[in-house]
Ligand binder design. Structure first.
Ligand code: PXP
Length: 247
C-alpha cells in the first residue's frame, strides 16, 4: 500500500503569519525522504493554504508522484493542464467548508465531469474521483473514464462506536472490491490517523492512502520526517496482517 502525504496544512501554518515558513515544498521533499510514495496538495479556489507558487514548485521537486486535488472548474483545469501533475483528484468544494465535506456526485454531474476527465486525459494526466463508498458513484466514475477512485473515509474516521466503525469498513471493503471489478485503482482518504489506519490497510483492494492532517499534527511534536516514517511503518505493519474478516 502506498502513502501519499498531503502537505496542505504545512501551508496552513505558514498562512497563519502570511510569511514563507514552514514551506510545504520543503515538507514534500522530507516526506519523500521518509518513505512517502506520493505528495498531495489541494489548490483551493480561495488559496487559503496552498497557492499557485507552491503547486509549480512542487511539480519541479516531487520525484515520486504529485497528486493535485482540485475542484472541477475551468480555472483549475487550465492550471492542471499547464502544471501537469501525475494525478488530478477531483473533489467538490464549498467556500465555507473547513475541509472537503463529502464525495463528488458523479451520477448527477456525469456529463460535465466526463468533459473534465477528457480534458485532463488529453494532457496525459491520470484522473481520480473522490467519492463516497457508494456503488452507483463508482460505476458512474468508471463509465466516464476515471482511472482511480478515492473512497471517502470520513464516516469511518468519525464513527462513534466499534460497531459503527465495522459497518463503515464493510462499506469501504464492498466499494473497493466493486471498483476493482470496474478496473479502477482504489485509493482512500480523509480523517485517517495513526489510530485508525491499520484496519484500512487490511482491505486488500485499497492500494493508496492519502493522509494530511494527522501527519502534520504529529510533526509538531516529533518532526515531519519522523511523523511520515511512523505512518509508513504502521501501514507496512497493517498490510502484513490478515485481511479483515468481513462478509
Ligand atoms: N483526500 C482528500 C480527497 C481530501 O480532500 C483530503 C483533505 O484535504 C485528504 C484526503 C486528507 O485528509 P486528512 O487531512 O484528514 O488526512
Amino acid at each position: 500500500m502506498e502513502l501519499s502525504v498531503n502537505v496542505d496544512h504545512v501551508a496552513t501554518v505558514r498562512e497563519a503569519r502570511g510569511g514563507t515558513q514552514p514551506d510545504p515544498v520543503f515538507a514534500a521533499m522530507v516526506a519523500e525522504l521518509a518513505g512517502a510514495t506520493g505528495v498531495v496538495c489541494h489548490l483551493r479556489e480561495d488559496r487559503r493554504h496552498i497557492n499557485d507558487r507552491d503547486v509549480r514548485l512542487l511539480r519541479e521537486v516531487v520525484k515520486t508522484r504529485l497528486n493535485l486535488e482540485m475542484a472541477p472548474t475551468e480555472e483549475m483545469v487550465a492550471i492542471a493542464r499547464e502544471v501537469l501533475p501525475d494525478i488530478v483528484t477531483l473533489v467538490p468544494e464549498r467556500r465555507q467548508e473547513r475541509t472537503t465535506e463529502g464525495g463528488l456526485n458523479v451520477v448527477h454531474q456525469r456529463h460535465y465531469l466526463q468533459t473534465v476527465v477528457e480534458m485532463l486525459h488529453e494532457a496525459d494526466i491520470r484522473v481520480s474521483l473522490f467519492v463516497e463508498p457508494v456503488l452507483e458513484q463508482i460505476e458512474a466514475a468508471a463509465d466516464i473514464g476515471a482511472d482511480i477512485v478515492e473512497l471517502h473515509t470520513g464516516h469511518y474516521a468519525n464513527a462513534t462506536s466499534p460497531e459503527a466503525a465495522r459497518q463503515e469498513l464493510q462499506r469501504l471493503h464492498n466499494a473497493a472490491e466493486f471498483a476493482r471489478t470496474m478496473r479502477l485503482r482504489v485509493a482512500a482518504g480523509h480523517g485517517l490517523t495513526y489510530d485508525n489506519i491499520v484496519p484500512i490497510c487490511r482491505i486488500q483492494a485499497i492500494e493508496d492512502v492519502s493522509i494530511g492532517h494527522a501527519i502534520v499534527a504529529r510533526a509538531v511534536y516529533v518532526g515531519f520526517e519522523r511523523a511520515v516514517r511512523q505512518m509508513v511503518e504502521l501501514i507496512r505493519y497493517g498490510r502484513l496482517l490478515p485481511p479483515l474478516a468481513l462478509s
